[in-house]
Design a protein around this ligand. Structure first.
Ligand code: GLU
Length: 460
C-alpha cells in the first residue's frame, strides 16, 4: 500500500483517536495549548477520543514536577482528556523491542561514537542504533492543513533511533506510540513537519498505518516573529496570573489558525466544538494579538454575573495580594465599586487599580496622571478651589455632584471632561478609573473628598 493509501483508512475513521503529546518543559506554551485545544476540539467535534501522552523520554524531562504544571494548566483551560496521561518513559521496553526487531530485519544498524557502522545485531550499551534510510524513494503524504507534501530519501540521513545510553530517540518513540495507541490523526505544530518522512518510514518498517497529519501554523508576535520566551509572554500561567479567564483564553486560542464559518468569533468553546473542522485550519502564520485577547477577555468579564465576577476576582483583592492594608477593606463599598467597574476591566489584574483609592490611606502617587491633570491640564488649582466650595454643601448624589463640578468648569470655560480630571486625580490618584461622580456619591464620604481635594491643592 502506498503512503497515501495508508492514510485513507484513518482519513475516514469514524472514531478518530487524537493525542496531545507534549514534552514536559515545566510550563504550557501558548502554542502547545493551541495544539492541545485543536486536538480536543477535533475529538469533541467528531465524537472521537482525545489522549494525553507525555513525551518524557529525555532523561532531563522525566521529572514529575515538570509534568504537574503542564497538567494543571490544561485543567485550568478545561481541556479534559479521555485517556492518559500516558508516560512515554514507561514504554521503554516496547521501544527497545521495536529497535531490536529493526536490527534483526537489517532495517537499522549499530553505530559507534564516530558514526561508524559496527557489525552485530544486538542492542549494546554504548552503541547507538541508526535507521537505514532507503535509497531513491519519495515519501509523500497529504497534510490536512498544508496539502500534499513530499520528501526525497536522498535528502534524509540515517537517523538515530536508539541512543548509546539505552533510551529511544524522540521519532522512534513517537512513531511506535502513535501506532500502538491507534492514533488516527496527528494534529500538532508546524515545527514538527520535517520529522514526518522519517516517522512514516519507521511506521512502514513496523507495518503500521499512517496517521493523518495536520500541522498547525506557527504563532507570531506583532513583529511577525515566532513567539519567544525572551520577548513574549508564552506561558499559559502568565495569562492566568494576569487575570485572563480560561474561557476567554480558549475562545481566543481557537481563533489562531481557524475561524468559524459565520465569522462570529466570540462564543463558548462548546459551541466552537460543534463548528470546528480541520479542513478549515489555514496555513498562514497566526498573529498572537494581545489586544484582541484583551478585548475578548473584557467581553467575558462583562458577561459574568456580579456574583461570579466577585468569586473570580477574589484572588486579586485578597489580603495577601491587595495593595491596601487589609484592615481598611470595606466589603460593602467594594461590592458597590464592582458594579461600577466590572464593565471597564480588560483583565482581573486591572481591578485593584480601579478600586485601591477606597482602601488606601492616601491615593497612589502616579506621576503621569498628576502631570496630565494637574500640570498640563487647564487651571487645575482653580478647579480644585471651586470644587472644594461647591462640594462642601451640594446634595450628596451623583447628579448633584456632577452638576456642581460642571458649573465650576463652566465658570472657568472648561468642559466637564477636562474639568473633572484634577478632581479625579485628587481622589483616586489616576486619570483613568471608575465613573467618578457615582463613585463619590456611593463610596466616598463628603469629608474624605474635601480632605483629598485640599491635600492635592496643597501640592500645587
Ligand atoms: N513531543 C513533541 C513536542 O512537544 C510533540 C510530538 C507530536 O505531537 O507528535 O514537540
Amino acid at each position: 500500500m502506498g503512503s497515501i493509501g495508508r492514510q485513507v483508512a484513518n482519513l475516514l475513521a469514524v472514531n478518530p483517536r487524537v493525542r496531545f503529546a507534549p514534552s514536559p518543559t515545566g510550563y504550557l506554551h501558548v502554542g502547545s495549548a493551541r495544539t492541545a485545544l485543536f486536538n480536543w476540539l477535533y475529538a469533541r467535534a467528531t465524537g472521537g477520543t482525545y489522549v494525553l501522552r507525555v513525551e518524557d523520554t529525555d532523561a532531563e524531562r522525566n521529572r514529575p514536577e515538570l509534568t504537574e504544571n503542564l497538567l494543571a494548566e490544561l485543567e485550568w483551560l478545561g481541556l479534559d482528556w479521555d485517556e492518559g496521561p500516558l508516560y512515554q518513559s514507561e514504554r521503554r521496553d516496547r521501544h527497545r523491542g521495536v529497535v531490536q526487531d529493526l536490527l534483526n530485519g537489517n532495517l537499522a544498524y549499530l553505530c559507534n561514537a564516530d558514526n561508524e557502522e559496527v557489525p552485530g545485531q544486538e542492542i549494546t550499551d554504548g552503541l547507538a542504533v541508526r535507521f537505514r534510510m532507503p535509497a531513491n524513494q519519495t515519501v509523500a503524504f497529504t497534510d490536512l492543513v498544508r496539502g500534499p507534501v513530499s520528501f526525497a530519501t536522498e535528502d534524509l540521513e540515517d537517523f538515530v533511533i536508539w541512543r548509546s545510553n539505552g533510551t529511544p530517540m524522540f521519532l522512534l518513540a513517537n512513531a511506535v506510540d502513535d501506532a500502538d495507541m491507534g492514533i488516527t490523526h496527528a494534529i500538532r505544530g508546524e515545527d514538527l513537519l520535517s520529522g514526518v518522512p522519517k516517522v512514516l518510514l519507521l511506521l512502514d518498517a513496523i507495518g503500521a498505518p499512517h496517521p493523518v497529519y495536520a500541522h498547525l501554523p506557527l504563532l507570531v508576535n506583532a513583529q511577525r516573529k515566532k513567539l519567544s520566551k525572551r520577548r513574549d509572554d508564552v506561558s499559559i500561567a502568565d495569562y492566568r496570573e494576569k487575570g485572563y479567564l480560561p474561557e476567554a483564553m480558549v475562545n481566543y486560542l481557537a481563533l489562531l489558525g481557524w475561524g468559524p464559518p459565520d465569522d462570529v468569533e466570540e462564543r463558548p468553546i462548546a459551541e466552537i466544538a460543534k463548528l470546528f473542522a480541520l479542513e478549515d485550519v489555514n496555513k498562514a502564520p497566526a498573529f498572537f494579538d494581545l489586544k484582541k485577547l484583551e478585548f475578548i477577555n473584557a467581553g467575558y468579564l462583562r458577561a459574568l454575573s456580579k456574583e461570579d465576577f466577585m468569586e473570580r476576582a477574589a484572588p486579586w483583592v485578597s489580603a495577601e495580594a491587595a495593595p491596601w492594608p487589609a484592615e481598611n477593606f470595606d466589603a460593602e463599598k467594594y461590592s458597590i465599586m464592582v458594579g461600577l467597574v466590572q464593565e471597564k476591566l480588560r483583565t482581573l489584574a486591572d481591578l485593584p487599580r480601579f478600586v485601591d483609592f477606597l482602601f488606601l490611606d492616601e491615593p497612589v502617587d502616579d506621576p503621569d496622571s498628576w502631570h496630565k491633570a494637574m500640570v498640563k491640564g487647564p487651571q487645575a488649582a482653580e478647579m480644585l478651589d471651586g470644587a472644594a466650595v461647591v462640594l462642601a454643601d451640594c446634595s450628596w448624589e451623583t447628579e448633584a455632584i456632577k452638576e456642581a463640578v460642571a458649573a465650576v468648569g463652566e465658570g472657568l470655560g472648561i468642559k466637564l471632561g477636562k474639568a473633572q480630571a484634577p478632581i479625579r486625580v485628587a481622589l483616586t490618584g489616576r486619570t483613568v478609573g471608575p465613573p467618578i461622580f457615582e463613585t463619590m456619591a456611593l463610596c466616598l464620604d463628603r469629608q474624605v473628598v474635601l480632605d483629598r481635594i485640599a491635600q492635592a491643592r496643597s501640592r500645587l
